[in-house]
Write a protein that binds this ligand. Sequence first.
Ligand SMILES: NC(=O)c1ccc[n+]([C@@H]2O[C@H](COP(=O)([O-])OP(=O)(O)OC[C@H]3O[C@@H](n4cnc5c(N)ncnc54)[C@H](OP(=O)(O)O)[C@@H]3O)[C@@H](O)[C@H]2O)c1
Length: 328
Amino acid sequence: MQTRPFGRTGRRVSEIGFGAWAIGGSWGAVDESDAVAALNAALDSGVTFIDTADVYGDGRSERLIRQVLKERGGERPFVATKAGRRLPQQTVAGYTDENLHAWIERSLTNLAVETLDLVQLHCPPTDLYYHPEAFDSLDRLKKNGKIRDYGVSVERIEEAIKAIEYPGVVSVQIIFNIFRQRPADLFFDLAKKKELAVIARVPLASGLLTGKFRADSSFADDDHRKFNRHGEAFDVGETFSGVPYDVGLAAVDRVRKLIGGDVAMAQFALRWILMFDAVTVAIPGAKNSAQARANAQAADRPALPQSVMDELKAIYDQDIRPHVHQRW
Ligand SMILES: NC(=O)c1ccc[n+]([C@@H]2O[C@H](COP(=O)([O-])OP(=O)(O)OC[C@H]3O[C@@H](n4cnc5c(N)ncnc54)[C@H](OP(=O)(O)O)[C@@H]3O)[C@@H](O)[C@H]2O)c1
C-alpha cells in the first residue's frame, strides 16, 4: 500500500482508505460482525485512513471504529469524521459555535479520543461558505485541542473553491469517480497549488462501478439506493453519483469492455482514481471483509495506460456528462 501526503498537515495516509458510511446505516442491514471484519480487513491490508461521520447510523459507525481500534491497539490510523448533519434542517443559522462544539464533543466520546484527527463540515448549505463565523468556531476548536485539523465535504466544486479561501481548511472531500470527472478539469490544479488533501468519495458510484448490478437488481427499503434514487432524502448526487440507474448500467457495460485480464471492475475503478496525483485518498465503502480487502488491493494494480484513460473520458463525455457535469 502506497501512502500520500495528507495535504500540508505533515501526515501521510494510505492512498486507499475505508469509507465507513455503510457500516453505520442507510445501506440495508450490515451486522456487527461483518462491519468489524470489514474494518479489520482494511486495516490488515494497509489502510491507514478511515472516513466516518457523526450521523452514520447515528454514531454507530464512529463507535464501531472505536471498538475495533481499541481491540487492535498499536498505531492509530487517521480517522476523519464530519459534523453538521445532526441539524434537523440544514440552515446556516444552525452552524452555531454551541452546536459545533456539542457535535464535536459527541464525536470525541464516540471515538474515545481527546483530539479528532480531522473534522469535515458535512455538506452544509452553500451559503455557509460565505459565513466566516463557522470557520472561526473551527479555529477555536483547533486552538482548544479538540480537533487537530478541519476540512470540508462538499457537493459542488464551486463550494470547494470558496471554502479553501479559509486558511484553516486543509482538506476537501468531493465525489470523484469514472462517472464524476469534473473535479479533474476544474479543481485539481488549484488543490495542488494550495497543497490541499483531496478525499475522493463515492469512488464506486455506490457500487455501480463494481459491475455487479443489473436492471432487476433490488435493494432493501432502508438502502439509499432504493429510498434516495431521486433525491427524496438527501442530495441525489450521493446515490449512484446522481447518474440515472439505466444510464449508469449502459455505461458500465462500456467500461467492462476496457478491463483486461482478471481485474475486478471495482479495483479498476479505484485504480483510475489513483491515476490523479491531486487525489490524496480514495475512500470506498465496504460491508464485509472480502470487499474491504479487494478494494485495498486496488492500490497494487499497475497504472492504467493512457489509451484506457482516454476511452474512459470518452465514455464519461458521451454517456454520463449530460446527466451530472452541470449539476455538481
Ligand atoms: N456527504 C458526504 O460527505 C459523503 C457522502 C457519501 C459518502 N461519503 C463517504 O464516502 C465513502 C464511500 O462512498 P459510498 O460508501 O457512498 O460509496 P462507494 O464507495 O462508491 O460504494 C460502496 C458500496 O459498494 C459496494 N462495494 C464496495 N466494494 C465492493 C467490492 N469490492 N465488490 C462489490 N461491491 C462492493 C458495497 O455495497 P453493496 O455490497 O451493498 O453493493 C459498498 O457499500 C462513504 O463510506 C463515506 O465515508 C461521504
